[in-house]
Structures are given as structure tokens and as C-alpha cells.
Design a protein around this ligand. Sequence first.
Ligand code: FES
Length: 578
Amino acid sequence: MANKTSKSKHVLRSTKWFGRRDRDGLVHRSWMKNQGIPHDQFDGRPVIGICNTWSQATPCNAHFRELAEHVRSGVLDAGGFPLEFPVMSLGETLMRPTTMLFRNQVSMDVEESIRANPFDGVVLMMGCDKTTPALLMGAASCDLPTIGLSGGPMLNGKFRGEDIGSGTHVWKFTEMLKTGQMNESDMIDAEACMSRSAGHCMTMGTASTMASMVEALGMGLPTNAAIPAVDSRRKVLARMAGRRIVEMVHENLKMSKILTRDAFENAIMVNGAIGGSTNAVVHLLAIAGRMGVKLSLDDWDRLGRDMPCLVNLMPSGKYLMEDFYYAGGLPAVIRQIGKFLHKKTLTVNGKTIWENSKDAVNYNKAVITPLDKPFKPHGGIAVLRGNLAPRGAVLKPSAATPKLMKHKGRAVVFEDIDDLHKRIDSPKLDVDASCVLVLKNCGPKGYPGFPEVGNFALPAKILKKGVTDMIRISDARMSGTAYGTVVLHTAPEAAEGGPLALVENGDTIELDVARRRIHLHVSDAELARRRANWKPLKPHADRGWVKLYCATVTQADQGVDLDFLVGHSGAKVGRESH
Ligand code: FES
């Protein structure tokens, strides 16, 4: 019964389940037949897992049940046997304390679900921020033929004659509410106008950035990044992914042939050209770690440093993902920066990244600006170091205020997020616009979970003066939809005893982005004195996931994976089922 109709030259993994003529083979097939599956589906055709993060609690992925049907049709078109399976979903807007606490947990769910089941290839359905890295990480640790399929962005938000962007306008509206420029009923109107179709955030936030990374890494089909969720071409893409994964199984085209060091370097450069989210830094480091590809923070700075930002999208710019798609999407960007890229990296359709993009057309030069007239001269991520961040911190220059990129100011310190909430809007807060706001204990272990609070709103009394940006430093992340002169991912974090833990009110902090420097003007002797008095935080949990996470999570410069998950074990299963 093994591989009767298979075009594969190799014996398929699924044959070890469905191709058997013994008791186990009977068990494997018989129970599947209760779903109405005809016997000929077990004739050795590729079994394709459709890994679905559908959940009504993850609104960005709530259309995935329908989208999965198109993948399924594609698998059937190509003579495969589709099996959809759920994994834990991560909805950015509802989950507490932060989805990032669970990214690695989902990656474990994905890895073990793939390995334990008779899949020959997998389509990963991802959308909301963390679902993309979590699925890629888990799948990378199994290394089967795999295609990433993003769910697509929402249509542009439309509010009172203006285009509004998810996330980006949340920050704007929140500030307007604080200053009285908006009232609560305006806010409720805006809510509906912002999220008016299926899909994920339609700014160049983390979801759109990671969908672009899927395409730039070669893990998604061309145009994966930008087709709106409700555009019929997204359904076609899903169907094509279903067809293509069957061929990939026949070709034995595994993730490890695609996710090479060159592919990661391309993705970092593309991230610069699209002005992508700082969150891509930790996610790509973690995915590379699963593939055994050496990637470091310094690669981010080196490869992104001179990459101009070509894409004029919120939060740094004006337009939204729908406009980006109509302008030509990611292939049009890749074509323009081709001279920087490794052109021969392989992608899931069997062609190189350059073959996929070399003829792409830019239909709107306001949205995708030309290389010689870029939207912003620097799109990459700046990696800062100094006595405040010995293992690095990051800043997104394209989202920062130019005049604050070199600045010295007095520290105003918040010990943790509760302290911040308690005092940030107090009229008694001793702060002016030249100060540097410092937030501690919001890193991977400190919060715990590494939340997106690094772009916290400015003190009300500063906002009321019309000031819109100040330097903020933390060990947290920032939403990809946010903007500002925000130093993030400071490593080691305060909860690990990093120097951030030692900053006190009134210290002087100097930021010099051009020199990639962040310095705390306090003597080594004084820092040693403070360190001697520093006390670690009490443990956040004495059982369960949070305990395991806090005990094993790595720091931001290492991708915030759990230390024992780094690397991969392949898809081999050591033992029979019974
Ligand atoms: Fe899901 Fe932004 S909340 S992508």
C-alpha cells in the first residue's frame, strides 16, 4: 500500500502510519474513516497538515476557518490528503499579560503536533503578531516541507474622511483623549471605523512585518505579505499554497533548504526597506536559533544600517497595507533593493527570491518610494550599546524624532509598570520634555513575558504642552504600530540585574544613535555600590508555564526563546504508538 500513487522518490513519512498492514495500520486508518474519508486517501499520497491558529479570541485570525478550506482545496487539487489541526492561538488584543509570554509555548505545541502526527508537509496559517514566529519556530524544529500562509491585513481604516491605522491611531486617539481633543463617543465611533474587515493590523506593525518576513525569507509564496484578508486573491494564494505544498513534499524541499543564513540576511535588509517592526529582531533571532543559523544583534545593525526605508506606511509614514498591495507589495520593494540582496536564495515555490521579484512593478511611487529618493534615509534597526546596555538595546530610527537621536537628559525612573501607571500623569511628577523616561522590570523575566509597553504614553502634563515625543528607555518591547524615540530590549534586563536596574532619578543618560551609544553617566564605583544593594524580584509563579518560562527564557539579544528549545530535533519519532 506504500506510495502506490506517489510522485515522491523518497518514502513518505505518513507511510509509517497509513501504509501499514498490521493492527496499528488498521487503527490509524479506521478512526480516520469516521470523518468520511474514502480508503483511496491512504494510498500513499502526501499527507498535509494545515496548522490553524483560528480562534474567535484572536480576531485577526478569525477568518482562518474559511481560508483553511481554500488551502484544503489546493491540497486536494494536487493529489494530497489534507488534515487541518488546531494549535493554541495568540490574540494580541485580549490575552493577558502579553502574548509574548506564550510565543514559545505555542512553538512547542506546533513542534510536537507536527512530529507526533503523520504529516509529510505543513501549511502554517498565521496572522496576528506572535502566531507567525511561534509557528515558524515550532515547524523549524521539525524541518519538514513547509509553507507559511499569512491571513492578510484588514482593509484601511476609515474615520471621518481620514485613513486610520490599527494600533497607530490607538496611540494617537489615547493621547487626544488625554488632552481633551476627543471625547468618549468619538472614541467609540473610531473603534468600529478602525477594524472594518477581517484581517490583522493594516499598518506596518508586527503582523505585517512578520508577513513580509515570511515572504522575504522565502517561506511564503510571492505577494503573501500584503494581499488584504478579504481580497479574493488571498483565497487564491491559500489554494496555491495547498497545491504547492504537495509538490514540495514530492521534491523533499525542507525548511532547512530555505532558511539559510543568506535568507535571514535578506530578511533583515527587507525589514529595513519596509521600516519593519523592532519585534522582528527577537523573532528572527529565535527562528534562526531553531534552524541552527548563527544570527546576532550585530547582524541587524550591520545589514540594516544603510538600508533606506522605501515604504511610506504607518506608523512611520502615511499609507496602509491595502495601499502597499495595490502599489506592488513586497516584490516591488525586493526588486528595488536587489543589488543588496543574496539573489539566489531559494523560496517555497522552487524559484529564487530574485526570480520571483525581478520583474515586479511599482505602481505608486508615493507608497513605495524609489531607492534614490527614499521615504526615509535609514530604515534599519539601530543596535545601541554602552554601560546601560552591555548586551545591546534597539531603536527604530525611522519611527524616532531626529532631534532626539543625540540627547543628554535627566532620568525620571519608574520601577515597574505599576509604578508608571501610578505616577506618570501625576501633576507632582518632576519632569520636563528634556528628561529621559526610564521604565524597569518589563523584560522577558521581569514582567514576565516581555510586553509591548516600551512606547508608554508621555506624562499628561508634557502632552498638554504639545510635546509629542521624549526619549523612553526600557527592557520592554514596543508595538510595531507605535512610534517615538524609544530604546527597547535593553539587555540584560533589570530583573536579571542588568544596569537598567541601577538607574536612579536624577542620573544623566546620554543617547547617541549615530554612534550607537547609550551611556549612563554614573561612575563604576557608584554603580558597584548600587549593585550591592540591589535585590532580585520575588518569583512570579511557583508552578505551571510561568515558572518554566521564567526559569529558562533567554534574554532579548538571544531571541527570548526557552534555552532548551533552541535547535531542532527533526521529524523522527523514536517509538511506535502502543
Ligand atoms: Fe492582531 Fe495587530 S492585533 S495583528
